[in-house]
Design a protein around this ligand. Sequence first.
Ligand code: EPU
Length: 291
Amino acid sequence: MQQANIALAPFSSFQIGGPADFFAEAPTKEEFIEILKDAKNKNTPFYILGGGSNILFHENGFRGLIIRPTFKKITVSKNRIIAEAGGLLSQLVQEAIKNNLSGMEEWVGLPGTVGGAIRGNAGANGVETKDILKEAEIFDLQKEKIETKQSSEMQFEYRNSIFKNNNNLFILSGTFELKEENPDKQKMMEILRKRNITQPKGKSAGCVFKNPVNGISAGALIDQSGCKGMRIGDMEISQTHGNFFINHGHGTQSEALQLIEKAKKVVKEKTGYELETEIEIIPQAFPKLQF
Ligand code: EPU
């Protein structure tokens, strides 16, 4: 069901976001497809919301339709887990443990949804989505057809995939291939312990920038450049991890963008590295329609 004037802040871990003109939850794949086709037919600008843990909305909201897939069925078959796009990664990790499947331990504590993880090739502690995803069921809005895509066809790169570059492909579910062996619970405890110490607890969207080179942490560069604690309005570069920005209450997109520019400039001057944002920045209105 489509609703009007829905505040986006509660759907974003930054807790930033004014009202979307329209907002629709899709509790089934079929409803998701219908909403997509309808938006296309009506030329309505739209954006698909995942877990909201990697997104920066505008404080004045969004002039269009926000679609939130909430279908989240999980099916386990031998060493494979088929997870629908709207489910949380934390549930996926729990399901792997419950079924004695190993390969996802590194993801413990990772926020977000299955669809968001596939789109952004999310990863933590050396395991990226591409490493454990076998295939995904997708809806092609141009062809108006459901298809299965192999992981090798998804143009996965560090924090990138075909889904970020092709506005017609939408993730319905993913099939993850794991090992039939006991998950390493010790490793999971250690990862959670480390995450608790190294990553801040405030309202953030995780890492703001991509690491510029494999093995070079944007957070460490921001730290070395002396940017931790820089603040514009209510947005601050975390004292705990340089790649996290914290919203202290009433932060806005424009404050976050100013802080992004400031950090980029200082890091470039001090270290020579050009930082690129990882979070998705959603303007108040798209400059042109998606079709
Ligand atoms: N470091 C500092 N200062 C800082 C931050 C980090 O010196 O302010 C140092 C750490 O001490 C460590 C090194 O930099 O020696 C690497 O830090 P960390 O282990 O936190 O990893 P990262 O490269 O900064 C990446 C991902 C995180 C993911 C962690 C753990 C990116 C942009 N970030 O961070 O992902 O949780 O590894 O696997 O790839 C995210 O994508 O949102 C995210 C949080």
